[in-house]
Design a protein around this ligand. Sequence first.
Ligand code: PLP
Length: 409
Amino acid sequence: MKNTVTFETSTVPIKGWSRQKVISELKKRLKKDLSFSSRRIVGSMCTRAHPFAQALYCQNMEKNLGDPGLFEGTAQIESEVIKMLGTMLGYSNTVGNVVSGGTEANIVALWAIRNFTSNPHKNEIIISKSAHFSFDKAANLLNLKLIKISHNDHFQIDIKKVKKTITNKTLAIIGIAGTSDLGVVDPIPELSRIALEHNLHLHVDASFGGFVLPFINKTDKSEVPAFDFRLAGVSSITLDPHKMGLATIPAGVILFRNPELMKKIQMKVDYLAGGKSPQTLLGTRPGASAIVVWSLLKHLGINGYGKIVQNCMALTDYFVQEVEKIGSISVVCKPTLNIVGIKSNIVRTADLSIALRQKGWAISQFPNHIRIVIMPHIKLSHLCMLIKDLKEIIRVFNKEKREYATSFK
Ligand code: PLP
């Protein structure tokens, strides 16, 4: 590829560049990036942030929640976000933080849970094999042991195996409300009962599902899986505004039911310009993220988020129907959320992935399927083009297969 970078790349210039020169050099480099407004990104859990969020983020970039005494208004906004989301998820007295995303929230949750126990031998976390790798990072950082449980026929954590795995070393169970690979929701009501029975923490990773499940419109409410604080055993929840919440990156949220859990990870910092204040994992952290989440919750409201989610779910249903019509390709399971796994019985997943990428689609490849995430930036016309390309790919592979077979006749 032609190297378009004309200026020195590895040194800080002695004499600074003009803004114009900086912008023109940036343009050359950023041309390589994909954009959510192109049709191409169909495998990501992120999306183009709401325009209101983008503007608010830019206006509030100096707000630092690491020194809340200086930014009392922003600190109040953060606590209102925690209350609003807690209430939305069934418990209005939650405590927590706006954090950088699902990874930080999951690490913080396990950190608090680990510090809360007085028994140092309790270090095992029961978790589904489909859990996000942020838990591997958390376990590594916190010296915890993950006991990974295989899934049932519906790709959910196997409850029988969970029960069998509990020992006196078990510290917590993790339930997932929207797995990274297929958007599956674990049987959280059953995990909640088990957690209560054995006096264990139950952390729910609703990084993706947290901004989808509350807005799914089903006449029969029992079709929407329960996952939140309405279940008495749920002790903490991760949810990510920078996924289906349409917030600017970075924006994640950790919610705790019991304030004592959060106290276990709070450290008082004495020297801050705004006065003494407790911090958790990060020091300096973007207040703009909390402001954006607060504003989107107030601006879109339940109805606004409802419309967005229902549109994504309708497109998901459409996509599933059309995939099933192609032949030689199918969905891995009926989607609960706006995430679809597709696989073929004639094309290996790796080859399907290469073929789709060659046609310009940024899909997500898992060992046995391709993941398509129908985020709010995806339009019906994009899905029609994707279906057309899938048909073409399958036609070519079928033709090759036939030619290969006849060559032996
Ligand atoms: N949990 C789940 C279920 C996820 O799918 C992801 C990311 O895709 C995360 C956690 C981590 O989120 P982040 O990338 O915001 O750190």
